[in-house]
Design a protein around this ligand. Sequence first.
Ligand code: AMP
Length: 394
Amino acid sequence: MKTVDDYNFNNKQALIRVDFNVPLNENMEVTDANRIEAAKPTIIKILEDGGSVVLMSHLGRPKGRESKYSLQHIVNKVSEVLGVEVKFVEDCIGEEVEKVVGKLQPGEILLLENLRFHEEETKGDEEFAKKLSRLGDIYVNDAFGTAHRAHASTTVVAKFFEDKCFGYLLAKEIKSIDKVLNSKEKPVTAVLGGAKVSSKITVIENILDKIDHLIIGGGMTYTFIKAQGGKIGNSLVEEDKQELALEILKKAKEKGVEVHLPVDSIIADSFSEQASTQTESVDNIPDGWMGLDIGPETIKNFSNVISKSKIILWNGPLGVFEMETFAKGTIQLGEAIAEATKNGAFSLVGGGDSVAAVKKFGLEDKVSYVSTGGGAMLEMLEGKSLPGIEAIGE
Ligand code: AMP
């Protein structure tokens, strides 16, 4: 895998696709600069080599040139985070842009305007990509969040460069997922939670060959329990996925994967923070009640499996963690994963809601790696090759 370490950028101009799709408040101020921080090591390495940097990114989903999606809003924040004054140009292709880029000196950084102000970006337009390619000598992709999209700046542009490589962030994402999927260390445990079986099914099918333990929690649980004949009351269920759930259990058994389902639940009489709650067997939930978190016995069982695991993948919360009353299972499992990590396990957390949970409960620095790209990570776990990664090649 070619990374920025394979190049000396002295007197070279790097065209870097970053993911600066950051949240802004109503005053157009950046409220979370994590994605900018994440791109910093790659940018600094290039500057320290004596190179110059042209940054390109999208922001939101603008329909044409909508000023609220201008990357101008983030220039000061990018300068602050990088500790270098960042220049800005009001487009991402064209003569004016090329003129500014041509004057860029080693040590300088230029941020281009939102790529998605041109609809050719998401269409993966060749001509547009070719125009972008005039803005650098070496193409660097450091945007994992869009690596599963065959857009002009993430994929098509690469074909116009002899010299191209991954930035540190993207390289780390790829290595972390590879560590889980192709691990020589055992046991490998996947913790899958979240709402639905249907959104995780392709992931489950692909990883069954790579893991030793599958822990299932969250809303998904009840489709499995009902399929096995349990009483689930008013818990979340996908009626039409019961067959599939049984098939997964059968396949897991054939492949020697131990499946761990909850044995007890925190049940509630309404989907609300103020609901009355009880602890109940997962397969004996009365009508009018629903399981919204894993129970204490389950936490003990799951934590036990986690403590013996060498590689841990966590995707999806174990309960309705957004409400404090039903957050305990997610918190305690997160803490068990943090503890295992401290004892030498490798842990990868990914997928929108589990990342939010890890951040909310202060576990971000206690796991080995938190993936920055939900959709891209899920597609890699599903066994798909990502166009943005293929475009750079070996
Ligand atoms: P996903 O995007 O599929 O990972 O689902 C995440 C969502 O699942 C979160 O918003 C959780 O609140 C929700 N969730 C987790 N456990 C349950 C449950 N037992 N019942 C209903 N929703 C749940």
